[in-house]
Design a binder for this molecule. Structure first.
Ligand SMILES: [Zn+2]
Ligand SMILES: [Zn+2]
Ligand SMILES: [Zn+2]
Length: 248
């Protein structure tokens, strides 16, 4: 057994681990063995602040590295400093499609959020969502999560993503230069930070709808202060969109 040291839980009076905690190393090995199972990480962080802190600092990070190693390597490489402390948010972004609540970000849509088994994130797709003068920014974006036959709205796709080094990105500077306003009520579903509407800021290029296989030019997306993004588009009927497949 690896349970060497025990640390008394001094954070939460109601913690079940009154007699002390496992060592961090032991916990690491247990979760490694569980393949960084996100549900179990989430359950465990509810035990007490001690577990929550380790989940945020270590376990969600390992989860992200295991699920999307190349993307994480890139996000962490030179000049990227806004990711530490946000591993939990990023972990959720990898596996959770937020859907939409009526009266929320995407007005008329009411589609419940849900976990996604596996999603591909692409830098190339990200580029097509950026204005030409912002294309040096790095944005990873998911393939649209398809929600078909949404009544009058037709076929809907939700996509989500993250900017590398958002704090020093062109997009952020442009939003600020334009004096773009934050959404008055809604916050980022991943980190609770305030959101800018890229549609309102007129910063969604035409290339976005082509890349996403959308028509009608209905593409809308939001970016939060920490560089998470989420958006929605209408999807073309399948027969037409087959030609628009993208590479990673
Ligand atoms: Zn505890
Ligand atoms: Zn979805
Ligand atoms: Zn966020």
């Amino acid at each position: 057994m690896l349970v060497a040291k025990q640390y008394r839980c001094t954070h939460s009076a109601h913690c079940i681990c009154i007699k002390g905690h496992l060592s961090e190393d032991a916990l690491f090995l247990v979760f490694q063995h569980l393949n960084w199972n996100p549900r179990l990480i989430a359950v465990m962080s509810c035990v007490c602040k001690w577990f929550d802190e380790i989940a945020k600092r270590v376990l969600w990070k390992e989860f992200c590295l295991a699920r999307a190693p190349k993307m994480m390597l890139d996000l962490q490489s030179f000049g990227s400093h806004n990711i530490d402390g946000n591993w939990k948010a990023l972990g959720k972004l990898l596996i959770y499609c937020t859907g939409s609540t009526k009266g929320g970000l995407f007005n008329n849509l009411s589609i419940p959020g849900h976990f996604v088994y596996r999603t591909r994130f692409s830098r190339t797709s990200g580029k097509s969502l950026l204005m030409p003068q912002c294309r040096n920014d790095v944005l990873y974006v998911s393939d649209p999560c398809e929600h078909l036959d949404q009544g009058d709205e037709g076929d809907i796709g939700f996509f989500r993503g993250i900017f590398k080094s958002f704090s020093v990105s062109r997009v952020k500077r442009m939003l600020i230069d334009k004096g773009a306003k934050f959404h008055p009520t809604e916050v980022c579903p991943y980190c609770k930070a305030k959101l800018w509407s890229m549609l309102q800021a007129k910063m969604i290029p035409r290339s976005a709808s082509c890349r996403l296989g959308s028509y009608d030019e209905y593409v809308e997306y939001f970016v939060c202060l920490n560089g998470h993004m989420l958006g929605v588009c209408t999807l073309l009927p399948l027969s037409d969109s087959e030609a628009s497949e993208v590479e990673a």
